[in-house]
Design a protein around this ligand. Structure first.
Ligand code: SGN
Ligand code: CA
Length: 517
């Protein structure tokens, strides 16, 4: 410990002689997969007292919590590509997960810039982009189940070599991260580490000690649990992500022996056959729906609990090694998620629960504790911000903007309080209609296309739960024209003002598979 402290001090001296106005911070970027604000007690919500997240809350308590960090394309690979490049899917070419191909690794990404500027860099956990991670001195990423990763005994790719590890993924990824902090990095340089958990992504497998945690409790139901999709029948009302679409695997039925090929897939995804709704005999439809939700939400929140525990391990490590003061910690997710909200699981929609990403930053040296920010920020803003915070200047053109000044408590007067959204993948998985739209502080306007042509408008002040599509309400006709104009402006700005036909081609195009055949 003594040596590591001394060496950290040497780092500071090196930075100072470089003439930088401040000592460059260490950065730990923690990104869970499918972690949503409703599951984090610092964000409030219905699980706050039953399933608290004390360690993540500690980050919020000692840092800044963001209410309106929004995902530009709410699905794993595309969001990760946007985060790494600071650009929209139409720029970085990674539009979809399913038949989305591989991320073009010849592209610039922010970790490469950190590495070039003398940072020690590393990646642990989920990568899910199909290509060798660039810009890391060391990496160890999930390399099973199409790089989705497994919860138990997962295969990791460690610097190019596959290794099967024993144990629970969330704990393992943290072990690897801590080992690297302790003895894997060169301590004379600042570090930038990505710690990206597979949890709480489907198939929601808790750690053994948390399997029965809430066995005797009935979890509360979100207010929109019984959404009847009135006025949204062909969009929200036509998905494969309602409580009816849980599989037998999701509901913990034992896997029959000797299933192969299509049969095995059907079991994992849909139950015994595609249209079967999984529930115990004798239950009414509503009882079955609630029963499926209870199983799901308990497993999901138990996976979150392990993430929270491991955030605590990282915080403790920093404290014990005198690294807290100069290390910035970011806690986020690749998008939000539905926890029975609108009767859904999964993500993909522009609707709030999947659009909003948890985002909390702790950096005691520069960021005031217990602050809450409500500016609109998106995942393409992450890369420029992290670089800016490390005082790294780059020539690289990004579409996102640094929000360093927002972190310091000053929102620039001309900060763009509107975001452009675009989701392309259809029909697999979950049958969510392709759509694009604009989200401002007050409204969400979306255009659903492909084989339908429908617009939706929500007044977020009057209807925060987005139950009333008011697109045909005369009183809003000026608002609609204005929002459509703003939307067209954003599509031009981000160089994605294409025709619906051109967008359809992207949805139909098979960009290939993430896994080498
Ligand atoms: C898997 C899941 C889907 C999920 C996608 C995308 N099915 O296909 O439910 O929407 O991943 O998730 S599973 O049965 O294989 O778990 S993402 O986080 O990678 O975008
Ligand atoms: Ca995800």
């Amino acid at each position: 410990m003594m040596t590591s402290c001394k060496e950290e001090n040497k780092t500071q001296a090196v930075n100072e002689t470089k003439g930088r106005d401040s000592i460059q911070p260490n950065i730990i970027y923690i990104m869970a997969d499918d972690l949503t604000t409703q599951a984090i007690s610092a964000y409030g919500g219905i699980y706050k007292d039953i399933a608290p997240t004390p360690n993540i809350d500690r980050l919020a308590d000692e840092g800044m919590l963001f209410q309106d960090v929004l995902c530009t394309n709410a699905i794993c690979g595309p969001s990760r590509a946007s985060i790494l490049t600071g650009t929209y899917s139409n720029k970085n070419g990674y539009y979809k997960n399913e038949s989305g191909g591989k991320f073009d690794k010849s592209q610039w990404t922010f970790p490469q810039e950190f590495q070039k500027n003398g940072y020690q860099t590393s990646l642990f956990g989920k990568w899910h982009l199909g290509t060798v991670p660039q810009g890391f001195d060391n990496f160890k990423y999930h390399n099973s189940a199409g790089q989705q990763g497994n919860y138990w005994d997962p295969i990791y790719n460690e610097n190019g070599r596959d290794i099967k590890e024993k144990g629970y993924a969330t704990n393992l990824s943290t072990d690897f991260a801590i080992n690297w902090l302790e003895s894997g990095r060169k301590k004379e340089a600042p570090f930038m580490m990505l710690l990206q958990y597979k949890a709480p992504h489907r198939s929601w497998q808790p750690e053994t000690k948390y399997e029965q945690l809430w066995e005797d409790i009935e979890m509360p139901y979100p207010a929109t649990f019984d959404d009847d999709y009135k006025g949204r029948e062909k969009t929200a009302g036509d998905t494969e992500m309602t409580m009816d679409y849980f599989s037998r695997r999701d509901m913990k039925y034992a896997e029959p022996k000797n299933l192969k090929g299509k049969e095995k897939l059907a079991w994992a995804f849909y139950g015994a056959k595609k249209d079967e709704i999984v529930q115990p005999d004798g239950m009414s439809a509503q009882e079955g729906k609630k029963w499926r939700y209870q199983t799901y939400i308990k497993d999901y929140l138990a996976c979150v609990k392990s993430v929270d525990d491991n955030v605590g391990r990282i915080l403790d490590y920093l404290d014990e090694n005198n690294l807290t003061e100069n290390t910035m910690i970011v806690l986020t997710s690749d998008q939000g998620f539905y926890l029975g909200d609108h009767g859904f699981f999964d993500k993909r929609f522009i609707y709030e629960e999947s659009l909003r990403m948890p985002f909390i930053v702790k950096y005691p040296k520069k960021i005031k504790s217990k602050t809450i920010n409500e500016d609109i920020i998106t995942n393409i803003d992450f890369a420029p911000t992290l670089l800016d915070l490390a005082d790294i200047n780059t020539e690289q053109k990004m579409q996102g903007k640094s929000f360093k000044s927002i972190l310091m408590g000053n929102t620039p007067k001309d900060w763009q309080q509107a975001m452009y959204y675009h989701y392309y993948e259809f029909p697999y998985w979950h049958h969510v209609q392709p759509h694009y739209g604009i989200r401002t502080q007050k409204y969400t306007l979306a255009h659903f296309y492909y084989n339908i042509d429908l617009w939706e408008l929500y007044d977020l002040e009057k209807d925060p739960q987005q139950m009333n599509n008011i697109i045909n309400d005369e009183a809003y006709s000026d608002t609609i024209s204005d929002l459509k104009m703003q939307l067209t402006g954003l599509m031009k700005k981000y160089e994605n003002n294409k025709s619906l036909e051109e967008f359809r081609v992207i949805t139909d195009k098979d960009f290939g598979s993430i896994v080498d055949q």
